[in-house]
Design a protein around this ligand. Structure first.
Ligand code: HSE
Length: 296
């Protein structure tokens, strides 16, 4: 049996919703998966990927087989990786989800969607990329360590999500290591009120709230120190009319939420970035993907 899987990129946190909010983007990795008695992994586009048993798609597929009481001795995988690695766009979650959906399909779909959401979060450690990668839309998720309690909402808005991606990587591990262990009560209130405001405003079309809603005190102020000239990129995006700007996931990508009618936003961004000597940052326009991972 040979299957083809399409998995969306994801943008997590959405400002204040650290480890809780995420959405899927119209930007995809593709994986061809076939049963095999040996590990045969290759890249269809020349991207550097692990081709042995440490490959995250393979590891995740093996985990699912184990949960189902089966042994996995090999797989043939052919990956097309559009989503850049270590940029805050859910590349590792895309691998985990590809492995789980692929393996579940090969076994005749013994696990439910809920099971897959839970397993993906257990492998990744947090649910805000894995859940929207699986489900699509915007996902609100609470991970209690074993299970994910989630709501997926489809979003049909006149918004585009413009990813401003730098030419350097930031590993999630390092971007989590810089965060404080404790925060004051008032900062917790600051964040939870904004995270709630973000979802409600996005879903009801009250986009003028987004600029306030994307602020947070849990991660962005610390991560900005790891992303050279990040504040300037924020400023430029606001100058060109973004509703809200936030660090996508653990960074270093900066995400601008922009009105569809702001037709030349990307062009203006590119021009200003180049003028500011920030030509290492590239600008890509996406929309929300409401479908999640699917077999094609
Ligand atoms: N919520 C996660 C973080 C997303 O900010 O560390 C990145 O994987």
């Amino acid at each position: 049996m040979k299957i083809n899987i399409r998995i969306p990129a994801t943008s997590a946190n959405l400002g204040a919703g650290f480890d809780a909010l995420g959405l899927a983007l119209t930007y995809y990795n593709y994986v061809e998966m076939e049963e095999s008695d040996r590990v045969d992994i290759s890249s269809a586009d020349g991207a550097e990927i692990p081709t042995d048993e440490r490959n995250l798609i393979y590891v995740s597929a093996k985990d699912l087989f184990e949960v189902c009481g089966k042994r996995l001795d090999g797989l043939r995988l052919r990956q097309t990786n559009a989503i850049p690695m270590a940029r805050g766009l859910g590349s590792s979650s895309a691998c985990i989800v590809a492995g789980l959906i692929g393996a579940n399909t090969l076994l005749g779909s013994p696990l439910t969607t809920d099971d897959l959401v839970d397993l993906a979060a257990q492998i990744e450690g947090h649910p805000d990329n894995t859940a929207p990668a699986l489900l699509g839309g915007i996902v609100t998720a609470v991970f209690d360590g074993r299970r994910v309690h989630w709501v997926k909402q489809e979003v049909y808005t006149k918004l585009k999500f413009v990813a401003i991606i730098p030419d350097f990587e930031l590993k999630t591990e390092d971007a989590r290591a810089c965060l404080p262990k404790e925060i004051p009560h008032r900062d917790a209130v600051y964040n939870l009120s904004r995270a709630a405001l973000f979802s409600a405003s996005l879903l009801t079309g009250k986009f003028e709230n987004l600029r306030t809603a994307v602020h947070d005190k849990l991660h962005q102020p610390y991560r900005m120190e790891l992303i050279p000239r990040c504040r300037e990129v924020f400023d430029i995006a606001y100058t060109h009319g973004a509703y809200g700007v936030y660090i996508s996931g653990a960074g270093p990508t900066v995400m601008a939420i922009v009105d569809e009618e702001n037709e030349f936003f990307a062009g203006k961004m590119r021009f200003s970035l180049t003028n500011a000597g920030l030509s290492g940052w590239s600008v890509h326009e996406f929309h929300i993907d409401n479908e999640g991972t699917k077999l094609i």
